[in-house]
Design a protein around this ligand. Structure first.
Ligand code: MG
Length: 379
């Protein structure tokens, strides 16, 4: 099933009281928008992402939005219009779309998956929180005019997920109504919308106070962690040598199920190790044809998204590549730039060192390349 995530990021966030759009504010060193997009890129049930941006930002998008699985559209005057523009693009390929506000950067992988699952079964689904507080209606005079029974009341969040034909039909039937979100369009079209229990951490960052609260959520118990990764692949004829996403001139290349990028694999395992999220084989099993000839840099990007969703940022990465030949020193800087881009860190935080094995054992005989990596992440 082709699932496209639509990230609504075209608003200007006037309530935030800042000159730049609030989705570009940073939360623990990463822009809110980047966190939201990466949460969906990291989801194993999401195929690709369409981001609706303010037209000015669409013209000059930030580097983290230049991703092979991300497409950008210029948003409209309202949130509805922006989502409609993104949906027009998404519906060309998707069978299900999941709409999410860029201002909710702490959405969990579980909530994304549950909402998509519910929409697959019921046509449409939204994340929503039951109301626990007593709800009052206030009048213009500053006095309580009524107490609203809270039974059955929910606060709508995003993600909101829809089968493409359900949302298409609702857009046609309802037209330019007063709906404030896409679920309301579907309701007005008379179709069921399934409630999925939302997450209090999935808060919408509207004010500077919300941003502080989100920071405190991310701080809880995260701390500093370190992880180690190791990989080895055989060198064989008639394969390209790909390390850190760079194709390096060589008589031989690394053999493997994917592109056999051992640097990427070692760094991926180091990050997964640091965050306690398992290992590369668990996330991308080599028995799954989906990962055959996979671009390891794209898999690493997914893992960076998982690390971010778990509340961590990458601190630095240090890599040692053991190869008898070719000489890697001339390529180290290009490899660092590639890794830094996918890790979302400054190149100064990425180190790549080349070693030989002094002709000792199989690596020294040029039969294989081995890579060690250490990664530090922090909350
Ligand atoms: Mg490997």
């Amino acid at each position: 099933m082709h699932v496209t995530a639509i990230i609504a990021a075209a608003g200007h966030g006037a309530r935030f009281g800042s000159a730049r759009p609030k989705q570009l504010e940073t939360l623990k060193g990463r822009p809110i928008l980047q966190r939201a997009v990466e949460a969906f890129l990291a989801s194993p049930v999401v195929t690709d992402v369409v981001v609706a941006l303010p037209p000015s930002l669409r013209e000059q998008p930030p580097a983290y939005l230049r991703h092979p699985r991300v497409r950008l559209v210029a948003g409209g005057a309202s949130r509805r219009a922006s989502v409609a523009a993104a949906f027009a693009l998404a519906r060309e390929t998707a069978s299900l779309v999941v709409v999410h506000d860029a201002a909710r950067p702490l959405v969990s992988q579980q909530l994304i998956a549950q909402t998509i699952d519910a929409a697959r079964l019921h046509g449409a689904a939204i994340a929503a929180l039951p109301v626990h507080d007593t709800v009052k209606r206030g009048g213009a005079d500053g006095l309580v005019s009524a107490t609203v029974p809270r039974d059955g009341l929910f606060l709508a969040q995003t993600p909101q997920a829809f089968q493409v034909e359900v949302l298409s039909l609702a857009m046609v039937v309802v037209g330019e109504g007063e709906a404030t979100d896409e679920a309301m369009l579907v309701e007005q079209a008379g179709r069921p919308v399934r409630l999925v229990e939302g997450d209090p951490r999935n808060l919408k960052i509207t004010t500077a106070e919300d941003l502080r609260m989100a920071e405190s959520f991310l701080s809880t118990g995260a701390g500093v962690r370190v992880g180690q990764g190791y990989d080895l692949h055989r060198l064989v004829a008639d394969r390209p040598l790909v390390l850190a996403g760079l194709t390096i001139p060589s008589e031989k290349g690394l053999m493997g199920h994917s592109d056999a990028d051992a640097v990427c694999h070692a760094v991926t395992d180091a990050l997964l190790g640091a965050t306690g999220l398992g290992d590369i084989g668990r996330h991308f099993p080599d028995t799954d044809p989906a990962w055959k000839d996979a671009d390891s840099m794209a898999l690493l990007a997914r893992v960076v998204g998982l690390v971010t969703s778990a509340g961590f940022a990458v601190g630095n990465v240090d890599v040692t590549v053991i190869a008898e030949r070719p000489k890697l020193a001339p390529h180290a800087d290009a490899m660092r730039v590639n890794l830094a881009r996918v890790l979302g860190v400054d190149v100064a935080r990425v180190s790549i060192k080349g070693k030989t094995n002094e002709r000792v054992d199989a690596v020294g005989a040029g039969e294989a390349i081995a890579v060690h990596a250490v990664a530090l992440v922090h909350g």
